[in-house]
Design a protein around this ligand. Structure first.
Ligand SMILES: Nc1nc2c(ncn2[C@@H]2O[C@H](COP(=O)(O)OP(=O)(O)OP(=O)(O)O)[C@@H](O)[C@H]2O)c(=O)[nH]1
Ligand SMILES: [Mg+2]
Length: 412
């Protein structure tokens, strides 16, 4: 199997990264109202909710994913989340917990920047009031930029010598230099294509190296902004400011702590709650349901959550966060089946067992390689047993249900 998609949660200390991780997964990462609660990265599986392919064929009842879940045609596709230590200004020079935590990010395919929009923590995560979170967006991007730039410039002299000596192409040399960030050739080609009149690598000046690193960052770490702590009264005005300043960025309003609380209350059977929605029902609303009665304190708390978060923003935002990240990455769920006529797997009558997230535009042969490894593919088919050309690409509802026929005995 190919590498999974990894989403990195970044932000200054105390912005709510671990809280968000716990809200999106079953993880139980430590949460604390003090900076650097997290030191070693926490990894956990979240679930991206999509409309499952089984729904298109009315096969919901026999849909049993090998990984994740499918409930009435809503499928949770596993996606890996990474919660790292907080970054502070000048982390790339080793401040705070420094470079190690930047390095933990290398395997991320995109980032969710958890911004504390309540203004109750300063740039180092210490408690304060009235801090302007607009600044955090700028310096955090800049830290990541300086870290990549520093790594590249450190070796630049020898990179250029080798480049000239081996008569490599710019793409080959950069690939070798930036491969450590899990960047493939396609990604690096795209960031070079974005730069008009790119000179040969040995002629790059300081400014050109910076331009290339910026372009690399854009492709390697596309970022969603999570405006977290939306439940706080000061958050509104800060969010408006951020959206005005960054109109093109992908923003999601979140209250991760509310999501955790609602999930806890649902598990304890005080409420019925559908994550991703504004719907919370209590025994008062549904007297016939098997729910525990509320005391006044809990009733008040739920009223507050409705008023401050659910009715104002439509949800706690955490489910939308993953959806926005996958939109940004243009990921499409692709179902691979053994039998293209009834969608079953290697055995049994269960359908659509396997699903992986693939970037839109990926040739189907790359999907085959990811799933089947190094075997000789005899044919690739989609719905109705229709043959698909190797270089045909995956798109929304197109070539997203695939079956691979291999040449017998070609397994290594
Ligand atoms: N009001 C409010 N507080 C929140 C929210 N999310 C997190 N917090 C609080 O923010 C504090 C920090 O949360 P953490 O999740 O530990 O923050 P972190 O970003 O992981 O911090 P470090 O690990 O230190 O980098 C805790 O006191 C949380 O309860 C939220 O949505 N609303
Ligand atoms: Mg943490």
């Amino acid at each position: 199997m190919g590498r999974e998609i990894v989403i990195g949660l970044v932000g200054k200390p105390s912005s709510g990264k671990s809280t968000t991780l716990n809200a999106l997964t079953d993880a139980n990462a430590k949460i604390g109202a003090f900076p650097f609660t997290t030191i070693d990265p926490n990894k956990a599986t979240g679930y991206l909710e999509v409309d499952c392919a089984c729904k298109r064929f009315g096969l919901e009842a026999s849909c049993k994913p090998t990984y994740g879940y499918c409930k009435h045609g809503k499928r949770g596709v596993p996606i890996m989340l990474l919660d790292v230590a907080g970054l502070v200004p000048n982390a790339h020079l080793g401040r705070g917990l420094g470079n190690k935590f930047l390095s933990d990010l290398t395997e991320a395919d995109c980032l969710i920047h958890i911004v504390d929009v309540s203004g109750t923590t300063d740039s180092e995560g210490k408690a304060t009031r009235g801090y302007d979170p607009l600044q955090d967006i700028e310096w955090l991007q800049d830290e990541i930029f300086r870290w990549i730039l520093g790594n590249l410039k450190e070796r630049w002299g020898s990179v250029v010598r080798k480049h000239v000596g081996t008569k490599s192409t710019t793409l080959e040399t950069l690939r070798a230099q930036l491969g450590g960030y899990y960047a493939n050739k396609n990604l690096i080609a795209k960031c070079l294509d974005d730069i008009p009149n790119l000179p040969a690598l040995q002629h790059w000046d300081e400014e050109m190296i910076e331009t290339v690193v910026r372009s690399f960052m854009k492709h390697k770490f596309p970022t969603v902004l999570a405006m977290n702590k939306m439940d706080h009264p000061d958050s509104d005005k800060n969010v408006s400011k951020i959206i005005l300043r960054y109109p093109d960025s992908k923003c999601v309003l979140t209250s991760s702590i509310t999501e955790i609380l609602l999930r806890k209350l649902a598990a304890q059977k005080y409420i019925k709650y559908e994550p991703g929605t504004e719907f919370v029902d209590t025994k008062d609303d549904l007297p016939d349901e098997d729910l525990k009665p509320l005391d006044d304190k809990l009733r008040n708390r739920i009223e507050n959550i409705r008023d401050l978060v659910l009715y104002r923003f439509g949800s706690t935002g955490t489910v939308q966060l993953l959806q926005t990240a996958t939109e940004l990455l243009q990921l499409i769920p692709v179902y691979t089946v053994r039998n293209i006529h009834n969608y079953t797997g290697a055995s049994g009558s269960e359908v659509f067992r396997n699903c992986l997230l693939v970037k839109k535009g990926t040739p189907v042969i790359s999907v085959a390689r990811k799933v089947m490894g190094d075997v000789t593919i005899a044919a690739i088919e989609t719905v109705g047993g229709v043959r698909v050309g190797e270089e045909d690409t995956v798109d929304v509802n197109k070539n997203d249900i695939l079956s691979f026929r291999i040449v017998p005995g070609s397994h290594n």
